[in-house]
Write a protein that binds this ligand. Structure first.
Ligand code: MG7
Ligand code: MG
Length: 315
């Protein structure tokens, strides 16, 4: 990408990237990739986003804690008496392993498979009305990052496919997105969905999506892969270090821009986040940065295709 090319955008001119809480390790690399995105246009873009605490907020204005997608399920009233207790036991055993900074990933993978398997077994053999999830999820449709609606509206207008990729519970994810009115046709949720057999819950549907296989390799050969495999300009968003690898499995020539939302233990985590994500947003509870990037892509697109949006061409 030629810096002297007409229309080349410099890092310093993108206001949202120059905010104090927006940390970028390699400004030149980010500038280059953003210009590739702008020149490639919406046709070559796709977005891959985590759900829990990425589409939902890490911190709300009213201080109400946001439940995770599994948390929404665990909070349902009709679950068997010991369900929550057993589920908490599993969480207390496996969660420290999931985030252990010392254990090698291959070793963790075994434990994660164990966790999701045991959780599936626990989530079996009793009736459950999905309306309960809708009820719980409804509380959190207003706990999405500020201007999430605007972001999803732009993505829809530009016909950019969005993959919401979650190792959590898909039924909760879908319910929140649906009740927030952002589950547009260009949005696809890949996650763990409840399975039923003879009117009873029977664990989760295949394939199991856990923390360390949450990437586009699990999509191989799927319909979604067919839809996006030619879209080699990818924005990835997440709040956990593992989320940075969600676009693994796409062609090696792809340009991937990784945005990480950092909130907890900022000091202790900063170095790892900076080494893992291209852009690290510290306690940013908005979608303003991804929106700014889409805005740049959209503006150039409209200038090239003025017949598509004649009224906005002057923006
Ligand atoms: N996570 C993974 N599993 C469970 C579960 O069975 N119950 C609860 N409450 N949490 C679980 O959003 C994905 C995250 O959810 C957690 C099987 C893991 O920490 C995982 O990263
Ligand atoms: Mg998350």
């Amino acid at each position: 990408m030629d810096e002297n090319r007409v229309g080349y955008v410099s890092f310093q001119d993108i206001l949202s990237l120059n905010q104090e809480h927006c940390k970028v390790r390699d400004r030149q690399a980010v500038e280059r990739i953003i210009n590739e995105f702008i020149w490639g246009g919406p046709e070559r873009m796709q977005m891959v986003s985590d759900f829990d605490f990425t589409i939902t907020k890490q911190r709300t204005d009213d201080g109400i804690a946001v439940l995770s997608s599994f948390g929404i399920f665990n909070n349902c009233k009709s679950l068997p008496p010991h369900y929550k207790e057993e589920s908490d036991k599993l969480f207390n055993k496996y969660r420290p392993i999931e985030i252990d900074p010392h254990m090698p990933i291959p070793e963790k993978v075994q434990y994660m498979i164990e966790w999701w398997t045991k959780s599936g077994q626990l989530t079996s053999g009793f009736p459950f009305d999905l309306a309960e999830i809708d009820q719980g999820a409804g509380q959190f449709k207003n706990a999405l990052r500020d201007r999430t609606h605007e972001l999803f509206d732009s993505l829809r207008q530009l016909q950019i496919p969005v993959l919401v990729f979650s190792a959590g519970l898909g039924n909760s994810v879908v319910s929140v997105l649906q009740q927030a009115n952002i589950l547009y046709p260009n949005v696809k949720v890949i996650s763990n969905f409840l399975k039923y057999s003879d009117g009873m819950l029977a664990g989760f549907q295949e394939p199991m999506i856990h923390t360390f296989n949450k990437n586009e390799t699990v999509l191989d050969g799927s319909e979604y892969y067919e839809l996006v495999h030619t879209r080699d300009h990818i924005i990835v968003m997440g709040d956990s270090l593992g989320d940075a690898h969600m676009a693994a499995g796409v062609p090696a020539s792809s340009h991937i821009l990784k945005i990480g939302f950092l909130f907890e233990h900022v000091e202790a985590n900063m170095e790892k986040y900076m080494n893992t994500f291209d852009i690290v947003l510290v306690d940013d509870q908005t979608m303003d940065v991804p929106r700014a990037l889409l805005g740049l892509i959209e503006r150039r697109h409209q200038l090239r295709h003025p017949h598509i949006a004649p009224n906005d061409a002057a923006l």
